[in-house]
Design a protein around this ligand. Structure first.
Ligand code: LMR
Length: 393
């Protein structure tokens, strides 16, 4: 039967990761996949994670299954981290999932079960895997304008115009913070206007929040998600612990459905059903670490302090890169870099220019010119800036 299989499209981000690994040049710079790296190019285990692992190693006395929806303590801790008191806990159904991607996938499947005709509106551009999963699931998808490549800012007017064509019951996929791949984000005022539009048109928000704490702070980055969840009757939220806890390979995430009345239990049962169908019990180790950290004052404080350092480090790199480009170009063309938030910024280069950066300068970024800011350090910022100016002029 396997001879009937067909070649599948390669994931661009993962293919780039491999190309970088295979490049023998010593001077190569990796600005590809969204993984945090310190100035030495290393992705460290966060202090609180290591301590929680040591504690858990001593305490763990069984490997039997946890609940189908995950450990309730993890779900509670994560609902609290993301939503705080913006909605009543009784209004939130939730399942633990393998990473944020698992939550996105389960969320899409839940939508398909509930409303197979609903169109999913995704930002242009969005994380490529959103589109890939939606296509794989055969779900109707349309894009809304999001980014003005000339200015490096959000094209809010274009977004509003496109979403005004959505039909009642359609789903709007939004990035809660730190938009991937552009780095450009709505202001809170624009989020407010978007909420009104979704209310008026009876649209259903689904929020992917994979970088909480990487933008302006844990609460600041969740503010938009809380606003949406508290303003509309139904909201789906896919959250990831990969980045803010640095536990990428532990596959730790959660899908939340904010709903009303009887729908909460119905959503909960269907989400647990989806877990059972797709992988049965969600992985526990990462979820356990997150629960230990969030429920212990000392561990939590240490985690937040380290996360703050990570965030401030990326903000400093942004400002430094914007400054260096300003100096070299004698223009404000790249000032947007300092205003973007999160790990990524889209530079606005052509595919050919990105290709030249790779072939001639050993600088790796995604083909749409998305860079991972955390891939830089004080030594590589001038190298990148010089190369950008060279290919772009
Ligand atoms: C990214 O966008 O680079 C990350 O979210 C990693 C991934 O899985 O694509």
């Amino acid at each position: 039967m396997f001879e009937a299989l067909q070649e599948q499209p390669k994931d661009k981000i993962l293919a780039l990761m491999q190309m970088y690994r295979d490049d023998p040049r010593m001077t190569k710079i990796d600005l590809g996949v969204g993984v945090y790296k310190n100035a030495d190019g290393h992705t460290p285990i966060m202090r609180a994670v290591k301590t929680a692992e040591q504690q858990w190693w001593n305490r763990e006395d069984t490997k039997t299954y946890v609940g189908l929806a995950g450990d309730p303590a993890f779900n509670d801790a994560m609902v609290d981290l993301v939503l705080s008191d913006s909605v009543m806990r009784d209004n939130v159904a939730s399942i633990a999932t393998p990473g944020g991607t698992g939550a996105v996938r389960q969320g899409f499947e839940l939508i398909r079960m509930a409303s197979s005709k609903a169109v999913i509106w995704v930002s242009d551009p969005t994380w490529p895997n959103h589109i890939s999963i939606l296509k794989y699931l055969g779900m109707p998808t349309r894009t809304y304008r999001y980014f003005n490549a000339q200015t490096g800012t959000v094209n809010f007017e274009g977004m509003r115009q496109d979403l005004s064509e959505a039909k009642p019951g359609d789903v709007v996929l939004l990035h809660g913070c730190c938009h991937n791949p552009t780095g450009a984000n709505l202001t809170m005022d624009q989020w407010g206007q978007l909420v009104t539009l979704m209310q008026d048109k009876d649209l259903k928000p689904m929020i992917d929040i994979a970088y909480q704490g990487f933008g302006d702070g844990l609460d600041e980055d969740a503010a938009a998600t809380r606003l949406v969840a508290s303003s509309l009757p139904e909201t789906l939220i896919a959250a990831s612990c990969s980045k803010n806890f640095g536990i990428y390979r532990e596959r730790t995430g959660i899908l939340m459905a904010v709903a009303q009345g009887e729908s909460v239990k119905m959503a909960q049962d269907n989400m647990a059903f989806l877990n059972r169908q797709n992988y049965s019990f969600p992985p526990d180790h990462g979820a356990r670490l997150v629960t230990l950290i969030l429920s212990d004052d000392n561990l939590r404080a240490d985690w937040q302090a380290e996360l703050k350092d990570v965030r401030n480090g990326m903000l400093r790199l942004r400002t430094a890169l914007a400054g260096e480009l300003k100096r070299l170009t004698n223009s404000d063309r790249f000032d947007f870099l300092a205003n973007h938030r999160g790990m990524f910024s889209r530079l606005g280069l052509t595919t050919d220019q990105v290709e030249t950066l790779r072939s001639d300068h050993a600088i790796y970024m995604v083909g749409d010119s998305r860079i991972n800011i955390a891939g830089l350090n004080d030594d590589t910022i001038p190298v990148l800036a010089k190369a950008i100016v060279k290919v772009a002029s």
